[in-house]
Design a protein around this ligand. Structure first.
Ligand code: GAL
Length: 431
């Protein structure tokens, strides 16, 4: 009867009912087989379908397969940058009681509002304990993985959202030199040079809806600095103030340098323009650099912090969760152990463009970009991204997204700021 008291017993095994329980008692070695037969699959939900994303996900799958070779992985990814389609599809499944075995989430607000508060996630404190994650995940990320005192997610990689990637040859051909850091004014001077040469200075893809909010939050960080940027999300920085006004004006000015076909392009389409040399820069999270790595052209691509944001690291942290009622709970836990391992995170990082969430990783195993990013992560003010769910609750995030859609058409900085200030007031930040 010991088997019934084992801490390793899980809900699924219990609900298998008396037949399985009986088998467990009478067929001592057979019960393992029976339990494993019942768990021959693992369904993982994400939005990782683009070049670097799919390549990175495959490496996480490989890490899982090394631990559970007989389990079939069902890749339930739904395309659309930043989860633009996936998040809604997942909500439908969760509300209908049909969770996958694990899904991708950002930490902090997104984890809290979309998944923990509605009761869709199991706490995984025991896994954190068993795997010693508390010793290797930086405190800030551990805190953002904790809701109401319990851990609900294991972070797998840390992206930087405020990076510009540029085509070195295009810049050289136009006599443009880029220093390690770029100020806002320098950027506009370079953009004028490229524009005069008939080249799109800044490639934008606005199709998935998150790209303009991301560009805008990078601009907000440049105008406000780290502290006031953080204050935007807790109500201590006024949305109707002068710095936000300047940022709104900067955004409209920047939109004067982007490609006209941006509504038809996604983030990776914009990065392709840079890789092909039909645009100078794109401002994007470093999953875009992963695309250059996967395409084998990383040596042709330069990078710097988004103009005016040196010393600020807008973090976009991906992790995976354990659902309440996972169809294959043992496999789900094995999956979390796999993606939380140092081996998986080292393999994942270069293709995905991120750095490992774990700190016990030898930085020399990272590529040059990863080393640059890791050094900045250690030295910079690390602040959360709104475009990627961590900074604000989904409603405010969506309202900012709508305001960005509108300003793309109106190009009116004043009405943009007014819309943002109204959304901030409605969000009752800090209360
Ligand atoms: C982010 C996510 C990244 C990357 C990006 C583009 O939200 O954290 O891993 O996938 O979207 O889709």
């Amino acid at each position: 009867m010991d088997v019934f008291r084992s801490k390793k017993m899980n809900r699924r095994t219990v609900t298998l009912g008396s037949a399985a329980a009986f088998a467990a008692i009478t067929l001592a070695p057979g019960i393992k087989l029976a339990a494993q037969e019942a768990e021959d699959q693992l369904e993982v939900f994400s939005w990782w379908t683009a070049g670097s994303e799919a390549a990175g996900l495959d490496l996480l799958f490989a890490a899982f397969t090394a631990m559970a070779p007989d389990v079939e992985i069902i890749n339930a990814a739904v395309a659309g940058g930043a989860g633009s389609n996936a998040q809604a599809a997942l909500q439908t499944r969760l509300a209908g009681g049909d969770p996958p075995d694990s899904w991708q989430s950002h930490l902090a607000k997104e984890l809290e509002s979309r998944y923990v508060e509605p009761g869709y996630c199991e706490a995984i404190d025991d896994l954190w304990e068993e795997e010693g994650w508390g010793d290797v995940i930086p405190e800030g990320l551990a805190a953002q993985s904790t809701i109401g005192g319990s851990k609900y997610i294991i972070p797998v990689g840390v992206h930087r959202g405020n990076v510009v990637f540029f085509n070195k040859q295009v810049l050289a051909d136009n006599g443009v030199e880029v220093a390690e850091t770029i100020s806002i004014d320098e950027f506009f001077t370079i953009a004028d040079t490229l524009k005069a040469a008939g080249i799109t200075a800044l490639a934008l893809g606005s199709k998935d809806g998150f790209e303009t909010p991301q560009l805008f939050e990078n601009i907000l960080a440049s105008r406000l600095g780290a502290e006031a940027y953080v204050g935007l999300w807790d109500g201590t920085t006024a949305w109707d103030g002068d710095e936000v006004k300047a940022a709104c004006e900067d955004l409209v000015k920047v939109l004067g340098y982007v490609n006209e076909d941006h509504p038809a392009l996604t983030w990776d389409g914009a990065m392709s323009k840079v890789m092909e040399g039909t645009a100078g820069f794109t401002s994007m999270g470093d999953w875009a650099y992963g695309n250059a790595v996967v395409a084998g052209v990383q040596d042709t691509i330069g990078y710097a912090a988004h103009p005016g944001t040196d010393g600020i690291f807008i973090s976009v942290v991906d992790g995976f969760v354990l659902p309440v009622g996972a169809p294959h709970p043992n496999n789900a836990r094995t999956w979390l152990k796999a993606v939380g391992s140092a081996e998986a995170q080292i393999a994942f990082a270069p293709n995905k463009g991120c750095i490992p969430a774990r700190t016990d990783v030898d930085a020399s195993t990272l590529n040059a970009y990863g080393q640059w990013s890791a050094a900045d992560f250690a030295d910079s003010a690390v602040v959360p991204s709104n475009a990627h769910g961590a900074a604000a609750a989904p409603k405010f995030q969506a309202a900012i997204g709508e305001a960005c859609v509108n300003v793309l058409v109106s190009l009116d900085a004043a009405s943009f700021q007014m819309e943002l200030a109204d959304a901030a007031a409605a969000a009752e930040l800090g209360s």
